[in-house]
Design a protein around this ligand. Structure first.
Ligand SMILES: C[S@@+](CC[C@H](N)C(=O)[O-])C[C@H]1O[C@@H](n2cnc3c(N)ncnc32)[C@H](O)[C@@H]1O
Length: 286
């Protein structure tokens, strides 16, 4: 949190249920906390802020990348709630609570919507879950999104989500933290297999056009920076990201830069280059 810096001993998190005491490692930045810094949050440490300062030296517009993902998430949840009328959402890799969280967006449209958040970052588990579990239709589970079978069999999922009715599975800015050796395509195939007909899958991901362009170079530089400090983060090509949908038909406009996925309205200025690293799409399981 604000004010604690490197060298300060790691803190124990606040147990949400009195039995779990997550260990927050403050010796290196974490994905969830860095994302929080970039979104202007306060649930982070000096080590995260220092990493973000270095990132800003590489690209001063880096916070726009985080914002592009987050705003895409808000528009997707709004669409899912108001269009197909999805009223149960599994939000994988929730991150730390921020201004607009999935349950707030969805429940504003349909107060009956149930949201189950998943994350495995100790800071999110310790601190975020209390804020995310805002009402009796909002739940949080500490689980690894790379293990679909365990996640879907989690007692809280079984209790709060009806897997015989359509639901939305959201992976916003999460799967690029799943390494190739953990086979994100196979992970998603297993989720998709388990989803009932009429369900939606929303994925956003770091994109590398891999065409020798300046944008590709920027993607590679951002990836190297992230991996050197956090140890994960893969920019993938259009075909690699598309394959995560397991052949499902994509809702219009398909897989596009997140900023181009049903923007709020006319643009007053062109998006920054870095925003074109965030790609996203939504698919429906027939
Ligand atoms: C970049 S943040 C995105 C947060 C949120 N989905 C959003 O877009 O605003 C990625 C989140 O995924 C979580 N995450 C990464 N790998 C995970 C895993 N294997 N299991 C569960 N959560 C994971 C991180 O802890 C982090 O909170």
């Amino acid at each position: 949190m604000q004010g604690r810096g490197p060298g300060v001993p790691a803190v124990e998190g606040v147990p949400a249920d009195g039995s779990v005491t997550p260990f927050v490692d403050t010796s290196k930045p974490s994905v969830a906390r860095v994302y929080d810094v970039l979104l202007g949050g306060k649930d982070n440490y000096e080590v995260d802020r220092e990493f973000c300062r270095r990132t800003l030296e590489i690209n001063p517009q880096a916070p726009l990348l985080a914002r592009a993902f987050r705003q895409w998430l808000v528009r997707v949840v709004r669409f899912l709630s108001s269009g197909p009328g999805i009223d149960q959402i599994l939000d994988c890799g929730s991150g730390l609570p921020t201004a607009e969280n999935t349950h707030q967006v969805a429940q504003r449209i349909n107060p009956e919507t149930t949201v189950v958040y998943v994350d495995n970052d100790p800071m999110v588990i310790a601190h975020g879950r209390a804020l995310l579990e805002e009402n009796d239709r909002t739940h949080f589970i500490d689980a690894d999104l790379r293990d679909p079978e365990a996640l879907l069999a989690h007692p809280a999922v079984a209790k709060h989500l009806d897997l015989s009715r359509p639901l939305a599975l959201i992976q916003c800015a999460t799967l690029h933290h799943v390494e190739d050796e953990d086979d994100p395509r196979d992970v998603m195939a297993r989720y998709i297999e388990a989803l009932p007909s009429g369900s939606y899958v929303a994925i956003s991901h770091f994109h590398d056009p891999a065409d020798g362009s300046e944008l590709s170079e920027l993607a590679r530089t951002m990836e190297a920076n992230l991996r050197s400090a956090i140890g994960s983060g893969r920019c993938r090509t259009y075909a690699q990201i598309e394959s995560l949908f397991g052949g499902l038909e994509l809702v219009e406009p398909g897989l596009v830069p997140a900023v181009d996925w049903w923007p709020e309205g006319p643009r007053l200025q062109p998006p920054a280059d870095v925003e074109y690293i965030a790609y996203g799409a939504v698919a429906r399981k027939p």
